[in-house]
Ligand binder design. Structure first.
Ligand code: FES
Length: 148
């Protein structure tokens, strides 16, 4: 039996290194794509979250994370609460609450939304996604709206 030549050994070693590098790069770039394709919130069946009722004052907004995505809670009037996705429906920028104009403004292309999420102007094609808010004592339960 012949011993492999040093050149063949070197070639095999380089092939192994390149193969390992290829696997590492595929994992590095493939993981974010895989995470992007997963539905938000996993399998928690709506994943209601609880927020203290006093976390938002009338006319103010409180931004929070809902199922891995930015969301916002506002209180248009005493005892009245609305929860919306804070992701603009145009190209996905995060909207800001402009209290003195009583509306959401998207800083990217000037999209404007009413406190209930309706489009008031600009390029967004549809309203902000809204969530269900239930008052439970001094807590607010925010959950996905059930589609019937
Ligand atoms: S991303 Fe919001 S208006 Fe374009």
């Amino acid at each position: 039996m012949e011993e492999p030549l040093p050149t063949q050994q070197r070639r095999r070693f380089l092939q192994m290194i390149l193969g390992a590098l290829g696997v590492a790069l595929a994992a590095l770039f493939g993981w974010p794509i895989f995470r992007f394709l997963l539905p938000p919130g996993g399998d928690d069946g709506g994943g209601a979250i609880s927020l203290p009722r006093d976390i938002v004052a009338v006319g103010k907004a409180h931004f929070f994370d809902f199922q891995g995505r930015p969301a916002v809670l506002i209180a248009p009037a005493a005892g009245e609460y609305l929860a919306l996705s804070a992701v603009c429906t145009h190209l996905g920028c995060i909207v800001k609450w402009v209290a003195d104009q009583d509306e959401f403004l998207c800083p990217c292309h000037g999209g404007r939304f009413a406190p209930d999420g309706r489009v008031l102007g600009g390029p967004p094609p549809k309203a902000l996604e809204s969530y269900a808010v239930t008052v439970d004592g001094d807590q607010l339960l925010v959950s996905q709206k059930r589609v019937v």
